[in-house]
Design a protein around this ligand. Structure first.
Ligand SMILES: Nc1ncnc2c1ncn2[C@@H]1O[C@H](COP(=O)(O)OP(=O)(O)OP(=O)(O)O)[C@@H](O)[C@H]1O
Length: 300
């Protein structure tokens, strides 16, 4: 459904996205995660045809974005990170306004709007958009992204910054959109959300791919079982088996090598020290993500 090859985006001298390639099958959910500034929004904007890549190609349903942007946009639904809404309009008028932009027949639009409001549990009671809660505004933006009944949805952090209930609701709603056959690309900061929703995940850092694949593949590649050994000895001056950290008057090592654990245990015993605790840790996707980002885990 979507094929991206060698995508690059420069802003002046700054390269925001570099050599990104991926493939998304019909009806799949593809999640892009990465720290602030990783290039996620820039990537989505290129996918949405809002900005032009400096290099590389985007193909959707066999159409090339650089050649057929208008045709592609007719089957796209784009949800920006922050959606400017017309605050003075009612929800119905606002959605009808966008339906008209898409040239949708009035009676079809009316039915679609009423279905969307029902599906999203969005009862605005005739209020102006400006008077709605943050979660309701997000739902209005989602409804707008669906007004043309698109096949492909590009959602920038659809559920972030919302209360847990609305966030959960939107996550479940995205899942139901997949069931309805939509292909979805979205960015998120919440790794649990990504893992629960996505068929494939792309982790980005500094504009580049770190890894992509299923959550299981990422776990296999980066999520080796870790051993955490905490011990006490008088001095670690002669210890050179692993990186060592001081903690609570003792020492800790974290390693994926069981031999290091065994040899450290022997070394501690030979120095007359004590093992305080030995445990194994199966990293979650969140742990893997943080460790890819260079954050040291499991030491404390
Ligand atoms: N119009 C622009 N001009 C110059 N630099 C830009 C522009 N838009 C984005 N950037 C830079 O490109 C980099 C990637 O930005 P982008 O918004 O794509 O990151 P992101 O991964 O979406 O971050 P966040 O999680 O904070 O939304 C950042 O360093 C950003 O400052």
């Amino acid at each position: 459904m979507i094929e991206v090859n060698g995508l690059r985006k420069e802003y002046g001298d700054f390269v925001a996205v570099e050599n990104l390639s991926f493939f998304i099958g019909r009806g799949e959910i593809f999640g892009i995660v990465g720290p602030n500034g990783a290039g996620k929004t820039t990537t989505l904007k290129m996918l949405g045809g809002l900005i032009r890549p400096s290099k590389g190609s985007i193909t959707m349903k066999g159409l090339e974005m650089s050649r057929d942007p208008v045709r592609i946009k007719s089957f796209l639904g784009f949800l920006p990170e922050e959606s400017p809404l017309y605050e003075g309009m009612s929800v119905d008028d606002y959605l009808m306004f966008f339906a008209e932009l898409y040239d949708i027949d009035k009676s079809v639009a009316r039915k679609r709007i009423s279905d969307l409001l029902f599906d999203l549990s969005l009862n605005a009671d005739g209020k102006k958009i400006g008077d709605l809660s943050k979660g309701m505004k997000r739902k209005v933006a989602i409804a707008r992204s669906l007004i043309n009944d698109p096949d492909v949805l590009i959602y920038d952090e659809p559920a972030s910054g919302l209360d847990p209930m609305t966030s959960r609701y939107i996550t479940d709603y995205v899942r139901s959109l997949k069931k309805a056959g939509k292909t979805i690309v979205f960015t998120a900061h919440n790794l649990y959300q990504v893992e629960s929703l996505c068929d494939n995940i792309l982790i980005m850092k500094d504009g580049r791919e770190v890894i992509q694949g299923t959550a299981d593949l990422i776990r296999e590649e980066y999520g080796k079982i870790q051993y955490r050994l905490e011990f006490r000895v008088d001095s670690t001056e002669e210890y050179d088996l692993a990186d060592i950290k001081q903690l609570n008057g003792g020492y800790v090592i974290v390693t994926d090598d069981i031999n290091v654990v065994n040899n450290t245990t022997k070394w501690v015993a030979s120095r007359g020290g004590d093992i305080v605790e030995m445990r194994t840790i199966v990293p979650s996707l969140e742990d893997i993500f943080l460790s890819i980002m260079g954050i040291e885990l499991f030491v404390d």
